[in-house]
Design a protein around this ligand. Structure first.
Ligand code: PXL
Length: 293
């Protein structure tokens, strides 16, 4: 029988990556990979490739607000992923629109690109150099103040967690657990602290990527084999989008994280074969297997 099926709608609020590896492009590809209908609210346009970011253009705040109003007023959005916000005031605009909504909100916290640029100010080249610390701090403060309270989970990597907390980077599983708890104390419902390649895991037969999950209960350590490749641009965006997509299908937070991580490991292996770009090339966003809800 040929039944009409309406896929769940997932929304990303993020910046555009011209190279298609991270940001809005990664998010929409991921939603499609998980059989969701993707919608997007654009906060910034970046001109970048696998080796550098040349420009960052911020979308005017009223245009961000209008995009949110347009999609939220018409569609039954089932999950929302927030990525690059581009400016501290954007956090407030998003919070004002989402604070009384009931769909899951997944907050990724990209503060810096893998090529080292701050994703939080207008940039037409080197003229803003030297202000990175201040810009990054005000962006981090806005995320904590406005977006932590409305989010179901925040998904920083070690570098981002350190900036959000104003602490040195965690260097062991114990320190990761302490930082995941500290982030939770800042007022978000759950934390997935992504450990990537912790120095502690080196030297074992198999090297592991370790993440820590904390939601106020017992902390959980989630490990996956470490996939050591340069083509990992967009990994964080894809993971947060995959969690959002799985939650839009009705999976619980932990089920969504677990299936998203399994899928991402395969994407990383396939990225090596794809081998795009001269620097940190994009991950290969492949179709997800069917997970049963
Ligand atoms: O990977 C973080 C990220 C998120 N969003 C946009 C980006 C990047 C990294 O470059 O460009 C738009």
């Amino acid at each position: 029988m040929n039944q009409a099926v309406t896929p769940p709608i997932a929304l990303t609020i993020a910046g555009s990556d011209s190279s298609g590896g991270a940001g809005i492009q990664a998010d929409l590809k991921t939603f499609t990979a998980f059989d969701c209908f993707g919608m997007s609210v654009l906060t910034a346009v970046t001109a970048q490739n696998s080796t550098r970011i040349d420009q960052i253009h911020l979308i005017p705040k009223d245009v961000i607000d209008a995009q949110l109003e347009a999609v939220l007023s018409d569609y039954p959005i089932k999950a929302i992923k927030i990525g690059m916000i581009g400016h501290p005031e954007t956090a407030q605009i998003i919070a004002n629109k989402l604070h009384n909504r009931s769909m899951p909100i997944i907050l990724d916290t990209p503060l810096k690109s893998s090529t080292g640029n701050i994703l939080g100010q207008e940039s037409r080249g080197p003229e803003n150099k030297g202000q990175e610390g201040r810009v990054q701090k005000s962006l981090a403060q806005a995320l904590v103040q406005h977006l932590f309270p409305i989010s179901d989970i925040v998904t920083p990597n070690l570098d981002e967690a350190a900036i959000l907390l104003g602490q040195p980077e965690a260097r062991s599983e114990d320190e990761m657990i302490a930082q995941a708890k500290a982030l939770y104390q800042l007022g978000v419902k759950a934390v997935l602290l992504k450990g990537g390649h912790l120095p502690q895991t080196s030297g074992r037969d198999q090297e592991y990527a370790t993440d820590v999950f904390y939601d106020g209960q017992e902390p959980q350590t989630l490990t996956a084999p470490w996939v050591n490749i340069p083509h990992n641009h967009g990994t964080g965006c894809a993971l947060a989008s995959a969690i959002s997509a799985q939650m839009s299908h009705g999976f619980s937070l932990l089920e969504a994280i677990s299936s998203a991580k399994r899928w991402l490991a395969t994407c990383l292996v396939k990225s090596q074969q794809m081998g795009l770009g001269h620097g940190s090339g994009p991950i290969n966003i492949i179709k997800s297997p069917k997970f049963e809800a």
